[in-house]
Design a protein around this ligand. Structure first.
Ligand code: DGT
Ligand code: CA
Ligand code: CA
Ligand code: ZN
Length: 576
């Protein structure tokens, strides 16, 4: 994704946040939030667009287009700068707490003089929030949980931010190197990334290092030499670049991909085989590292020499992959190319920013064989869905189908699982859909027993095929809901209800550890984009990465199946 789009989207979102602190028009704030999402998801780089081009971005009208034009020429939006100057920095620091709204942030600042996250935590501990209007014990708990979440992700970024950056750097350096790829946690597809590691192979490191530090995204060079250079980007993220001689490529890539825990195991295996494995290569144990390496031009050769098959990076966490590799039992992991369909997407009929036609065109461009449109159901009141609108959309989907002989369009919906486990429509209306995803969108803080019952009932509904983004977490913003997951997984397996792996970088839900647990219960999965914009189709790589970290094979994932097999699954014979 273009960096300009992300930056501009963040500024427009900040504008919405700042306006809500100053009590701005709620309609306008919502419009900015919607536009921010559309800008982030827009496939074209906005930095090259003029006013007319900017207005083509969905939901962006004259006023917002002007702000984006402002961004294109000045690198910022004037109104954002003005509001930043008006609102005390202390209040802005407080709004970074995901569970503290702007109004409450302003209140604690004005009433108690609190102007930092630490001061707020202290004020809560001292009971000073008790007297404030609108602050109960539950609010206090929520704020403390928000502060905790913030500290957990502290300094790490979402995977799409790191991937976008890595792609840009690799593209810039590749012409200068024999090979150039990203390694580290990003190659292993961890859900958040501490720093980006780039590896290049060349006999001439100097020009590569020079090109690296001269990139426009570099804010500061932290340190550097011929072997390794580290920079900090304008966005605050660290990037480490290492240049190795081509003959050390395999060992270096293996080493810098990690994880540390995995590498400890591979080094032990090397030692037992009378070898020595390091970032410089694989050597006989009595030789030294400046001598001739045995083999290390590719990772495959390194693993082979250790008596192991090549292990996919997503598995390299020392969570059983070494044992599985030794026993010849590594899974054949699902890949983006295995996916035949996408079973969860939205259009501008609800909170998507692209039309039905645009979303279907994007699905066709991915080479999919089937594609489900699953706009929100009526109980998510903000989306103003009605029976009539849903049925009218179905007509449009059926008509559009004629233009896409190679892509089967499924008309579906994303239902809301209510606090008791019921969903939006009765069985009769539900039976008109080709597919129903059902998700938790409210009452996130129910206790474990209630939440478990809620999911089990949803699974037992014969018209619910997929549980969408099951934990409902938003990384760094909203914790996972609490449920007895083993019980939920048992119900999903028993009823033939699939669990979703949502590919949104701030969701990645189910998370990998829960995927693996669900797999042991015999659950089936879908890997979906949950796309709300054309550009979101590209997020599928993150969902697939998460599925790989959960050890999923194509057979575990229903949207890798041929349509006939999928349709048989959607009949839910087990639930009846
Ligand atoms: P991150 O950056 O926190 O998201 O996680 P990683 O895994 O990218 O960690 P990082 O950037 O510190 O190091 C990249 C890889 O380099 C790491 O996965 C394994 C390897 N590595 C770095 N330092 C060490 C070390 O001291 N010992 C071992 N065994 N491996 C290391
Ligand atoms: Ca790293
Ligand atoms: Ca690093
Ligand atoms: Zn949803």
């Amino acid at each position: 994704m273009a960096r300009a789009n992300d930056e501009a989207a963040a500024l427009v979102q900040e504008l919405a946040d700042l306006l809500s602190i100053t009590g701005g028009d709620a309609f306008k704030i919502r419009a900015y939030e919607k536009a921010a999402r559309a800008i982030a998801g827009y496939p074209e780089d906005i930095s090259g667009l003029g006013l007319a081009g900017l207005k083509k971005i969905p939901t962006v009208g004259e006023a917002i287009a002007k702000k984006l034009a402002d961004y294109n020429t000045t690198g910022t939006i004037r109104q954002v700068e003005e509001l930043r100057a008006q609102i005390p920095a202390g209040v802005r620091a407080l709004t970074a707490i995901p569970t503290l709204g702007p109004k409450k942030a302003l209140a604690v600042h004005q009433e108690l003089g609190v102007s930092s996250v630490d001061e707020l935590a202290a004020a809560i501990r001292e009971g000073r929030l008790r007297g404030l209007k609108g602050f109960g014990a539950k609010t206090e708990d929520n704020i403390l949980r928000g502060i905790e979440l913030m500290e957990q992700t502290g300094g790490r970024v979402l995977i799409d931010v790191a991937a976008g950056l890595a792609d840009e750097i690799v593209a810039a350096l590749s012409p200068l190197a024999e090979r150039c790829v990203h390694a580290g946690s990003l190659r292993r597809m961890r859900e958040t990334i501490g720093d980006v590691d780039i590896l290049a192979a060349s006999r001439e490191p100097k020009p590569i290092m020079a090109a690296f530090t001269a990139l426009p995204l570099v804010a500061e060079v932290i340190g550097g030499g011929d072997k390794k250079t580290s920079i900090r980007t304008t966005g605050g993220l660290q990037v480490d670049l290492r240049v190795v001689p081509p003959e050390a490529w395999g060992a270096a890539l293996q080493y810098f991909t990690g994880s540390r825990a995995h590498n400890v195991r591979t080094r032990e295996i090397a030692v037992r085989a009378g070898l020595k494995l390091s970032e410089y290569g694989l050597f006989t144990a009595d030789g030294d590292e400046t001598g001739e390496p045995i083999v290390s031009a590719t990772e495959e050769e390194v693993y082979d020499r250790l008596g192991l098959p090549w292990i996919p990076p997503a598995l390299r966490e020392d969570r059983g992959e070494i044992e599985a590799a030794l026993a010849g039992g590594l899974p054949r992991l699902v890949t983006v190319d295995d996916l035949r369909g996408d079973l969860h997407s939205h259009t501008d009929l609800t909170d998507g920013t692209a039309s039905l036609e645009e979303m279907v065109r994007a699905a066709a461009a991915r080479g999919l064989e089937y594609y489900a449109i699953t706009d929100h159901a009526p109980n998510l009141f903000m989306q103003r869905m009605t029976d009539e609108k849903m049925l009218a959309q179905r007509e449009r989907v059926r008509a559009l189908q004629r233009e896409y002989p190679g892509l089967v369009l499924l008309h579906g919906t994303e239902l809301n699982i209510d606090p008791d486990g019921g969903v939006d429509w009765d069985a009769d209306f539900l039976s008109g859909f080709d597919i129903c995803v059902a998700s938790v969108h409210s009452h996130f803080t129910q206790d474990e027993a209630e939440m478990t019952r809620r999911f089990v009932r949803a699974c037992e509904n014969p018209h619910v095929h997929v549980i969408g983004h099951p934990t409902a977490r938003q990384i760094g913003r909203r914790p996972e809901v609490e449920a007895d997951w083993d019980e939920v997984f048992t119900a999903a397996a028993r009823t033939g209800t699939a669990l979703e792996v949502d590919s949104f970088p701030d969701r990645l839900d189910l998370p990998a550890d829960l995927i693996r647990r669900a797999l042991r219960h015999g659950v089936k999965f879908t890997i979906d984009t949950d796309a709300h914009a054309v550009g979101h189709h590209r997020n599928i790589r993150y969902g697939v990465g998460t599925a790989q970290r959960g050890w999923l094979t194509p057979d575990d994932v229903i949207n890798t199946w041929p349509l006939d097999r999928l349709r048989a699954f959607l009949r839910k014979p087990a639930a009846g």
